[in-house]
Structure formats: C-alpha cells, structure tokens
Ligand binder design. Sequence first.
Ligand code: GLA
Length: 673
Amino acid sequence: MTFETLRHEGVWFGGDYNPEQWPPAVLDEDLELMERAGITTVTVGVFAWSSLEPEPGRFEFGWLDDALERLTAAGIGVVLATPTASPPPWFSRLHPEGLPVTADGVRLIHGSRDTYNPAAPAYREAAARITRALAERYGSHPALRMWHLHNEYGTVSYGPVTDVAFREWLRARYGDLSRLNEAWNTTFWSQVYGDWRDVHAPQATQYLPNPAHVLDFKRFSADLLLERLRDQVAIVRELSPGVPVTTNFMLPSWNHYDQWAFARELDVVSIDHYLDDPGPSGEVHAAFGADLARSFAGGAPWLLMEQATSLVYDYDGGRMLVKKPGRMRRNTYQYLARGAMGSLFFQWRSPVVGAEFFHSAMVPHFGADSRLFREIEQLGRELPRVAELAMAPTDGPVVDSRVAIVWSADAWWAADTRAMPSADVGFLPAVRRVHTTLWELGVVADVVAPDGDLSRYDVVLVPSLLAVSDRDAAAFADFAHSGGHLAVWHFAGSTDERLHVRQGSYSGAFADLAGVRVEEHVPLRDGERVTLSDGSTAEAWTERLHLSGATAVCAYTDDAHPVVGPGSPAITERPLPGGGRVHYLSTRLAAGDLGRHLGRIVRAAGVEARGFTGLEVVHRRAGTSSYLVAINHSQEDGTLEAHGTDLITGRVAAGNVVVPAGDVAVVRLEENT
Ligand code: GLA
C-alpha cells in the first residue's frame, strides 16, 4: 500500500450521494444541507451504471458532470465509484451467460444488484469499458479525492462459465490431474478424475461434498475477485495517476476474498461497518471492525466508507436495529480512535423507494428538522476540532498494538466446509470471542496474517486456524523461539493447507511446539458444560490430551467426558529457553474464565490489561503526536488519566479528566507523557 499518496485533509465526513435519484430542487437543498452539516466528502456513482451507460457504449455523463461541478464549487471532495457492482438490465439481455448461477444451478437475472458472474468475459469487458470511460473523463477532476472501485466485492457464481475458469485455476495450481486427485484424496467416494471436463465447481450434489474441493473453489472465487479488482486498479492508475484507490470491504461477516491480498492492491483500505447488535456488544463490534481495517491497512489510517446513522436492516432478526441518541457520535470516535481518517455514511438521503428504502440516512425521509440530521450537524461542527487526529503518523502504525489475533480468510473457508466435528469450531465466532475478551481487558489488538510479520507483537493468539501449512507452522515456531508468547486453541493446525489431517496428533502443526499430543476430539453437546480444576467452566469442546514437554495449568475434573477423564490436562503452557511461551487451550472457556486466562497470558508477556470500567480508551498516533481517545459507553461519568489538551473542549487536561456519561474526550498528550 502507498498511503503516502493521500494528503491529510482533516477528518473525512459525508456519505453515499446519489444525485441521479433526485430532481433539481432536491439537489439544491442537498448542497445547502451539506454546507450546514460540514460535509467534506461524498461518494458518488455507486451502482449508477444504468444511469451512466443506458445502452452499451452510449454514455450519459451530463448529470455527473453537473453534480461534480456543483460539489467542486461547494468545496466538497468526491470519492468516485465505478458502478460495476450493478450491471444494467441490457447486460442480462445481451449476455445471459454472464449472469450468476447459484450452487443449485439457478441462473439469476437483474432486479437487485450484483447480478454478474465475475468469471464471464462479457462482464469483464463491460466493467472495464465503464471504468475506462469514467477514468478518462474524471481522472483529473478537481473534486476527485479517491477512486472507489466497485462495491463490496463478493459475488460467487457456479455454472459452465465458472467451470472453465475453475479448471484453468486448478491447472495452474496442480499442473496435472494426478496431483489434483492426490490433493483432494479423490479415492474417497469414487471421485478420481480422469478428464478435466469432469471437474466442476462444487454445485449441489447428493450428499456431503469433498471439503478439499470446496476449499479450492473458495480460493478460486477469491482469486477471481482479486483479478477483477486488479483490472480496475490498472485502468485508473493508468488514466488517473496519483489519485488513491480503494474498495470497500464488507466486514466482518462477508468472507468471499482474502482481505490481506485485496489490501495489497489498494492505497487506502476502507470498510463498511454496521452494528450487528443494538446492545453493548455493538460497541465491541465497532472496535472489531476498526481493528480489522487498521490491520489490513498495515497500521496506516483507513476510511470508514459506510456506517448507519441509525436504522440498519437485521435480516436474520426480522427488524431493523436503532441507534440511541448520541451513539452514532460515540461509534464515530471509536472508529477514529482505532485508526480511521474519516467516517462516511450509507447514505446521504434515503431513496423514496427501492431496496433498503427504510435504511437510515444523514437526511432522513422526515427532512432536516429531525433528531438524526441535528446529530449529523453536531458531529460535522465538532470534527474539524479533531482534524489532526486523522493524520498518518510520521512513522509507525496509528495504534501500537502489542497483541495480535491471527486472521486468515483461508482458515475461515476451511472451517466452513461441512463435515467438521462440531458446529462450534467456526472461525469468526472464535476470533470474536477472543477479540471481545481483549476489549474487556482494555487491550487493543491487531489481527495478523499467519504469514505476516509476527515479530511486531509480543503476544500472538490463534483462536481458530484449521489448515496450517508447514511453512506457516515454522513461522509460528520461530516467533515463539524468539521470545514471543503464542496461545493456540483446540483444533487449530489439525490439517495442512490441503485439509489433509496431520497424523499422530491433532493440532499437529502446533503440537510439538506446545509440548502436547492430542489423541481424541470430544465435542460437547449444546449447553453441556464441564468444570476445570481452577474452577473455570468449559463448553463446546474438550480433548483427550497428553503432555509431552508442557505443564498443565489446569485439568479436567470429575464431570469430564469419560473419554477425557478427570485429571487430564485442559490448559497447558510451555516456557521456551528464549523467554517465549506457548499456551494450549484444549477447550472453549466461558466468558469470564476466558478473561482470566487471557489476562494471565498477556500479562506474562508484559502487556498491560487494565480492564474495562465503562471507558473505552485507545492510544492513537497521528503526525508527530500521540492522543488518548476515551469513549464513555456508560451511564456514569468516567475518569481518564491524561496530561495534554482535550481537542474537543479545548481544555487543558492535567491529571484526571472527567469524561461525562455518554461523552468522548480526545486528548493530545504532552510530549513525554
Ligand atoms: C452495504 C452496501 C450499501 C448498502 C448498505 C446497507 O454496505 O454497500 O449499498 O446496501 O450495505 O445495507
């Protein structure tokens, strides 16, 4: 990433703006309201393909010319999107083979968005044509601050067009069918391939599919999306040199590409982030999204491309989630504290009708004389006071985390293939549980790739990582032998990268290093709990574990499953000669118990874990200064110890700063404090 290409322009504040949806009178009012709200940046053109290219090769740029001209005159910067996430209806008519096919073999058609097959040459050509046309016309437009390529890459398609591309990908990976047969162990259930024409994307089949086949398909689909991103990056870099490039990652529940690989293509990482819980764990969720974004950005500032002012769809829960007054502001400071350079919203104005017409906006259907718009105005007035916070530090990362959680899209896909021993070994829940617990301990964590720079951290945590290559296993061992503290959870490293189970001990990629041998997995039934010798409650999973170099920190007790047996080690540690330490946790600990054990693990590495008392406190770096950002999520006033100046109130903080209930403080620290 080349974050240096981005000038510091204060905190970016604005949202998705769709002038193509509104008559001139509304556009006039938009500019007036944007000025009132202190909007600095809007994202234009997301999904506007049919308004820009109503027929193939015939462009209508007039409305966009006008919009950009007016925004330029108002001093508002533009993040210009390529509209390629929503091909127009003519695309379906002319290129039916370019439409997506579901795993059940159903070919979809336009009527929503994202109806294309990323493997289809026709889609690739059409997407390149509109991208080129936009980059040629607007590549050096004075309002242009950044390119926003596509929107939330994530479309997966099966079917004949995909099969062709999948076979090419497999040929490049394996060379010949014998190697593919070996990798997928196709002798199981008579799947030995003798002709490439017999290899398909894993569409619906009679019973369980081959997990190695499924995993390779997920890797292929992710690589395909990466190629589509690269197509557009090449075009805009050629025609619009020097303008930074981003695409918005949908976090954290979407997982259709490798976030580390995507981030390497971009100048700025940006994410869309929506609270998934109206209660307090929503705050942890905001921190989680921000920590992911900062880590994918390599510690550089990143952009919050979308958040909601209030109502956000909750498709599973069946009703929308509402933000209480003041929460949007607090959330915004959470993102800023954890490295954001700005906060944009989906969306400036709610559409009169269309999918998501009841999704919240900066300007709600009620109009500007509303609680939501007043909160936006308040935030817009305030953000210039903390402008310096959004700057990139002159050296090092925006937040200096000493603890990292291992994040791997590949491991997520691996755990999502069916036929796992328990529904409780999913990747994301395990990672979130650990992240949440660190948040409660007051520890700001990064995520790191298994093949990333582990040496930046004192503690590396591996809550879930099923498929681990020999090379990655060696890197973890190096980390621990060089003094790092490594904690590995059950099931991690049980297979290699082909999903072949390592023989001799489960968690085989880590077993020698941790000084344990895992003989049997013993998943627990839903709700079943067992007690450990230190009083902790364990759930979901236990193991029959032997020590081979490690010592037991605590053991299973009388209520253990008979296969495990009382006295069998549950949590172990192995100190290494270089000062490193390897922890192994053979079970899932109940929340409070996980907190105690994680506290023990990070403190052993010298990391401070003060715990959470209502104030979320983050130490952020910007320019040559350091800041303490404190967000008070509680109903009671809190106290922050800091020496410096609170940028929001302008007051000098000398010692204890009171952060009123529900409020925030941003203290620029005096040097040497
Ligand atoms: C995503 C999309 C937006 C909108 C929001 C709200 O983040 O990028 O276009 O659909 O979700 O659901």
